[in-house]
Ligand binder design. Structure first.
Ligand SMILES: Cc1ncc(C[n+]2csc(CCOP(=O)(O)OP(=O)(O)O)c2C)c(N)n1
Ligand SMILES: [Mg+2]
Length: 370
């Protein structure tokens, strides 16, 4: 039988584990980070439905998992995203303006429109670009962790992925070598019970996802992923162990994505209302709110005020990024060669002739001299 999931606060907000060694301010900060993720999700989904941005993958329901997992990290640590950790990057310093610019793929998009929207990256917080190709970030993160170890640095690489990624080749080769090389990595599996429409019962016959680490010599644990304090406590222990040179850990956060896999998915086609309803009753934000209220750390009406402030901040950023110009067309052929070679200049010039005809070209997009 799989071990029960670590829990510190139960779904009613009662303390059932060790009290957190965090200041009142730090506890409130965790709550604000969770509320920001939900507010951002709501706004981005509305923008997608209104045809303003192309694609959104929400983290609604996963706020405790994202925030709790990122909370123990130092600024020098690395966070390798699976599919939904943009909110954790914001928490660690990815500016909201850059987040929203990436959603619009506008002139302020640091990925220069080369990524699908919602696939963030941020150099300043060691947050490498997402890959939609499931599981590829797992060996990449292990390789980077190996480099960190070779250089004698003390950073830890936290590598996120979903339950679906545990069936990828990358998961198995990465865990294997991570343990052989004893790299400073923590694998975080967001187990939401579904890989798009594939339930865990069709994904694996293992007793748990955590046990999968055992074969490779990677200790694993299962955590209530809707309990931000449990996620934080489990991650703090795993990150400390990895930093101390004890080798990698696997932390499985058991949670639920309340919405579709992405804005292109309709989850009502494959899961029951009863299941969704049962997870709604374990909502991570309601749970932590109940706990903080009980502790007197969030007063009546305060949550509503925080939510209002977050939405006005997000809306101001959206207005600013809606008004920004599109990415310069020339970026299509830049950043690969020191000088744009003749064949690319010619192709670009043909393209710009069409773009000008259609009225898509901006000042500065003009043709290259051949
Ligand atoms: C290599 C690869 N195979 C298949 C896909 C198609 N695909 C996209 S997401 C996904 C499921 C991922 O499962 P999980 O990580 O649990 O994501 P969740 O639906 O829970 O967000 C699949 C199969 C892909 N993107 N890459
Ligand atoms: Mg999943």
């Amino acid at each position: 039988m799989a071990a029960p999931a670590l829990q510190i606060v139960d779904p009613d907000g009662k303390l059932v584990g060790a009290a957190p060694d965090l200041s009142d301010e730090a506890l409130r900060d965790l709550f604000v980070h969770m509320l920001r993720i939900r507010a951002l999700d709501g706004r981005m989904l509305k923008l997608q439905r209104a045809g303003r941005v192309g694609f959104v993958g929400t983290a609604t329901g996963l706020e405790a998992a994202l925030v709790g997992a990122a909370a123990p990290l130092r600024s020098t640590d690395w966070l390798w995203s699976g599919l939904r950790e943009g909110g954790a990057a914001v928490m660690r310093g990815l500016p909201l303006a850059e987040y929203v610019a990436q959603m619009y793929c506008n002139a302020n998009d640091t990925a220069k429109g080369r990524q699908m929207c919602n696939h963030f990256q941020h150099k300043g917080t060691n947050y490498p670009s997402w890959s939609s190709v499931i599981g590829t970030q797992v060996p990449h993160g292990v390789g980077a962790a190996f480099a960190t170890k070779r250089r004698g640095e003390d950073a830890v690489h936290v590598i996120h992925f979903g339950d679906g990624a545990t069936s990828s080749n990358g998961f198995h080769s990465a865990l294997n070598l991570a343990a052989v090389w004893k790299v400073p990595a923590v694998f975080v599996c967001t187990d939401n019970g579904w890989a798009i429409s594939v339930p865990s019962s069709s994904q694996t016959a293992s007793e748990s996802y955590a046990v999968k680490g055992k074969a490779y010599g990677v200790p694993g644990c299962t955590v209530d992923g809707n309990d931000v304090l449990a996620c934080r406590a489990a991650m703090a222990e795993a990150v400390d162990a990895a930093r101390a040179g004890d080798g990698p850990r696997l932390v499985v956060l058991r949670t639920y994505r309340m919405l579709g896999h992405s804005s292109s998915d309709d989850p009502s086609k494959y899961r029951s209302d009863d299941e969704v309803e049962s997870w709604a009753r374990r909502d991570p934000i309601e749970r932590f709110h109940a706990y903080l209220s009980e502790q007197g750390l969030v007063k009546d009406g305060e949550r509503e005020q925080i939510e209002k402030d977050l939405l006005s901040e997000i809306d101001a950023v959206i207005r600013e990024q809606e008004a920004a110009p599109p990415m310069a067309l020339k970026t299509l052929v830049e950043d690969v060669y020191a000088d744009v070679p003749y064949h690319l200049r010619r192709q670009y010039n043909d393209f710009i002739t069409v773009a000008e005809k259609l009225g898509h070209a901006q000042p500065g997009d003009g043709a290259f001299p051949l």
